[in-house]
Write a protein that binds this ligand. Structure first.
Ligand SMILES: [Zn+2]
Length: 168
């Protein structure tokens, strides 16, 4: 077996006991969080834990710990891909699932009109977290103002730090 895969399994076993425990945790959490974030009528994405070595090919060299793939012609079910690094702890996995589910919400709902004052406030908040304008532009390319304002609501509901929800 590939070294990377052995490392992934060791990591998962050390933190979760078994892959099965991890997978059933993720299935339970994605169901609960999807209802909360996207509403009851929205299809719950499938969650897949993929080996770390795939990250380089899949997510490019700025590899992230998770990715949301909407359903389209090539993918029949919305999917959240998690790397082992995203499953370091229950708290982290939950935070990352919530983040990816906000992408799912944005994809499946009619995005609501934004509160302009709130949106401006959040804009300043997000900008204050970046010291590098180019990096900020890149991040904003994948995270709209609608995403950010929904994240602020979700952070409140889940009682988590907005910053962690946006960037974890
Ligand atoms: Zn994102």
């Amino acid at each position: 077996m590939d070294d990377d895969i052995v490392n992934d399994l060791t990591f998962i076993q050390a933190r979760w006991g078994s892959e099965r425990t991890l997978n059933s945790f993720l299935a339970r959490e994605v169901g609960a969080l999807c209802g909360l974030i996207c509403g009851r009528d929205v299809a719950v994405p499938r969650v897949e834990v993929r080996p770390s070595f795939l990250a380089r090919g899949l997510f490019g060299k700025n590899s992230r710990a998770a990715e949301y793939i909407p359903d389209d012609d090539s993918n029949t079910q919305p999917t959240i891909i998690m790397l082992p690094a995203a499953c370091e702890s229950r708290e982290k996995a939950r935070l990352i699932l919530a983040h990816e589910l906000i992408h799912h919400w944005e994809h499946t709902s009619d995005s609501p009109a934004l509160d302009r004052y709130e949106s401006h406030r959040l804009d300043s908040f997000v900008s204050s977290l970046f010291s590098n304008g180019e990096r900020e532009q890149r991040w904003r390319g994948g995270h709209s103002r609608v995403f950010i304002s929904k994240a602020a609501l979700v952070a409140n509901q889940l009682q988590v730090d907005l910053r962690n929800l946006l960037f974890e």
